[in-house]
Design a protein around this ligand. Sequence first.
Ligand code: PMP
Length: 301
Amino acid sequence: MVALQRPPWVYMGGRLTEWDKATVHVGSEALIRGISVFEGVKGYWKHDGSELALLALREHYHRLTRSALLQHLPFTTPYEGFRDACLMLVRKLMTKERDLWLRPTLFAIEGHWGLDTVTDLVITCYNQDKKQPEPIEIGVSTWQRPLDTGLPARVKSAANYQISRLARIEGRRQGFGDMILLNQWGRVAEATGSCVLMVRDGRVATPPPHEGCLESITVNIIEALCGTLGIPFARRPIDRTELMVADEVALAGTLMELGVVKRLDFRAMPATTPVLGRITDEYWACVRGQRQHPAVQLTPV
Ligand code: PMP
């Protein structure tokens, strides 16, 4: 895993701010209780280098709004204001050679136990290599995705990533690049920062959000691409043992993109991935603007 390089500018308090001046108070709920919700958004250069565009920005805005609602964080910025804030920062930081990843975060900067909460939208942006992800080796964590009545996976809150962090530390000790988190029934929930896709007999399956995963924007895109490609796609529970005997497995998410799994716990996965290969080709052609698909919405910068 590559550490993110520190950019010179951040969006905070409604304007661009120098990185060193972008601070929150030590007494804020953002810090003392880890109260924030966030998104991760990818910016892709077109295949011919003519334009940079943000993928599924509106969908990310809507999920941020839902997370804020569920976490009782006031968020009144309309989509247009959110979009313009992202574009302002991206225009300042984009470079021709690299894609980028934006992290809009809504912090609770004032308030106490949910009373008189004041929030601030902070956006950070990091340059990213243009290359596609390498196949990955993943394990199965002993840490679990909590219940919807505990730490709901549907809310993309910073607190949710406590478990992901523990699972990654556990995985690193075992030589794995990522880890599958099971839910309280011992079925597949998701990975630490992405969802799980499995192929069996030419059909794609992924756990639905009520199994303990985030409502993934990437999975929605992949479902639509599968529809066009004529690949059957189902959202259904997946046992751990069913995942172990899958023909092909991948992790899917904004930052992960489509990471094909080459080793799953004790099993070396088959070297060929005919179904995932087709989906991956289509995904890249669409996000790079070589092909158009209604499910792949690109906001030019
Ligand atoms: N699950 C978790 C825990 C994640 O952090 C992410 C990345 N946002 C995903 C799933 C995939 O969601 P998306 O495709 O919307 O990025």
